[in-house]
Design a protein around this ligand. Sequence first.
Ligand code: ZN
Length: 409
Amino acid sequence: MKKFTKTLTAIIVSLIICAALFGCTQTETSKRSYTKSNAVDISSYAPAPTAESCPEIHDTRVKNIIFCIGDGMGLGQISLVRMKAVGPDGTLYMERMPVSGFVRTHSADALVTDSAAAGTALASGVKTNNGMIGIMPDGTRYQTILEVAKARGMATGVVVTSRITDATPAAFASHVTSRKMQDKIAEQLIANKVNILFGGGKEYFLPRSDGRSKRNDQKNLIEQAKEAGYIYVRNAEELKTANNPYILGLFQLGALTTVEPEPSLAELTTKAVDILDRAGKSYGFFLMIEGSQIDRACHDNDAGGVIRQTLLFDQAVKTAIDFAQKDKQTLVVVTADHETGGLIIKGGNLKGNDLNLNWSTGGHVAMPVPIYAFGPKAEVFTGTYDNSEVPKKFARLLGIKLFPKAVDE
Ligand SMILES: [Zn+2]
């Protein structure tokens, strides 16, 4: 009994400490206990030394593009994370980018988009139905900006914390009628020879005979990738020493854990940029990175998870900005595919404590999302426009005349 009382006291004390540290209260509409991930550790996040904007870059051409997508990351999420990590007057790295705008997100068949239709709009410049990847309701396939860049000799990469076969990465280098066809998506990612493929989802690359596989056939895509010239890496150690223009990095069977010893999104981005900068010496590179699990935390109405995942994403954005600042020919654009959770900050104090949050749904919402840009020609991202405009802007900046472009079959 004494032991029980002791344990109970310990639990209550830790809850009070968590609440004091995190300083948020939950409203009645929240679906899940807000205290669940309240003790989120943000100590690994190194905030920017200044809240000032990054200096603008003019008079250079756009050679490289780093496109960063925070899945489910709307203004509510960004505001929450800013308040908790750097205070109401601080700035996240993405917020230091000198240009910003707003992006509408509806899909061809719904006001509230999913990641497949949104990813297709952001990658191919066309609106399709929810659930479809790189393909229109009438069956027409449209090339993605990554594929068009590749056709021009640019090096390409996709770096995510979800399965690499998940909707957003899939939308940049595959074409399927349903996002569920992850076995087909895996095949197309390899066939497309995307230089850098970093994420989770090994289960869709292993043959059926392997007990861990989710494929229905005996194809071993890891072996196929090696035959096609890829180096295959499985962990941070192997990643460190990998030096090849084609690298397939699959760090988990499913989504990444986003904790050590797995490489962080920022570390994956650093490696991707390093390889792509060399592979794209002559013609440049196009890299898409995604903070995939912000969405997952939002679906769970888990504010602690949102903070952690968004900070991991922001660190990766910092890596991209640091490179672009030195390189001077790299455009960095940050946006979201949609907002998830309908997160509203109803109140709190100016220290960013005692935040009163209200989640309005466990799904996606129809609100526009912010877009930030830094680098040469960043100013073309000012304004309010449709998500399908984003890759069209990329195409124009890269001197690609025909885009969106249907695939000739
Ligand atoms: Zn979602």
